[in-house]
Design a protein around this ligand. Sequence first.
Ligand SMILES: N[C@@H](CCC(=O)N[C@@H](CS)C(=O)NCC(=O)O)C(=O)O
Length: 326
Amino acid sequence: MGQLIDGVWHDNWYDTKSTGGRFKRSESAFRNWVTADGEAGPTGSGGFRAERDRYHLYVSLACPWAHRTLLMRKLKGLEDLIPVSVVHPLMLENGWTFDDDFPAATGDSLYQNEFLYQLYLHADKEYTGRVTVPVLWDKQQNTIVSNESADIIRMFNSAFDGVGARAGDFYPQELRASIDELNGWIYDTVNNGVYKSGFATSQEAYDEAVTTLFSSLDRLEQILGQHRYLTGDRLTEADLRLWTTLVRFDPVYVTHFKCDKHRIGDYLNLNGFLREIYQLPGIAETVDLAHIRHHYYRSHKTINPHGVISVGPAFNWDEPHGRDHL
Ligand SMILES: N[C@@H](CCC(=O)N[C@@H](CS)C(=O)NCC(=O)O)C(=O)O
């Protein structure tokens, strides 16, 4: 686990000393957009037109941010348009690697790199910053279009509609204000909240994060008791973004990140919502619990030094979700 500084890899853990034990997530560095016509998107530069067989997605099956992109790729039927490489679940002294000695780890099918940081150097040989997944790669310009999952799912949602994507809009105009508002606090207190709890190195930082996390889960439980999805009766990107954290919660975050006030299985509505989305066509196959559990328990030596993987709770996400009445 480390980062690149002026193009050189340094193996070091997150610095929480300067922030009173608080984990601060860095901003993503590559923020260009694939658009239908190749015009620039909301950030970055233009020149990335939606085309078949031009882009490649690098993910970890363990990572909740990368998982968002796999969900959207699946729902929009982009599997044939945008191939995927999957990193090895362990993220240790070299960061993410392309070792393929773990089921479903593919290696780097484009460049046969050993480490993900080599791909970042391929895009920018002086790169300074974290080396994260997901990465959307452009095979034509040989560079990273984006390493920000929130932006990548927006591109997948609409940019490829003219070149063979499946119909479906998960960020509809009339719900954008509501989706943006939900995304804001869910990102900060839930998606990132579990990491802030787990990576906290002071009691105060942990207490703050875990209290806010469970207040948000209570609030979400209320919302999901009123309607089927977060914004009403339609599945949107806000639901997908929440869901990738929920699916990791009981198998990992409860014990590994000390998010142990309640399990998702204890909440009627959150648990039904988790199951309903899990049961949508194609979604269960995006969930790889072996990658998820091996990654967290074995990569974070500061919080689980011996890498022992807990037995994990029993659950069955195939049971009826009970949300048809909503
Ligand atoms: N804001 C980024 C965050 C991505 C991210 O932090 N990914 C984690 C994996 S779950 C990662 O690659 N971490 C490596 C590191 O921080 O060095 C996004 O949503 O795409």
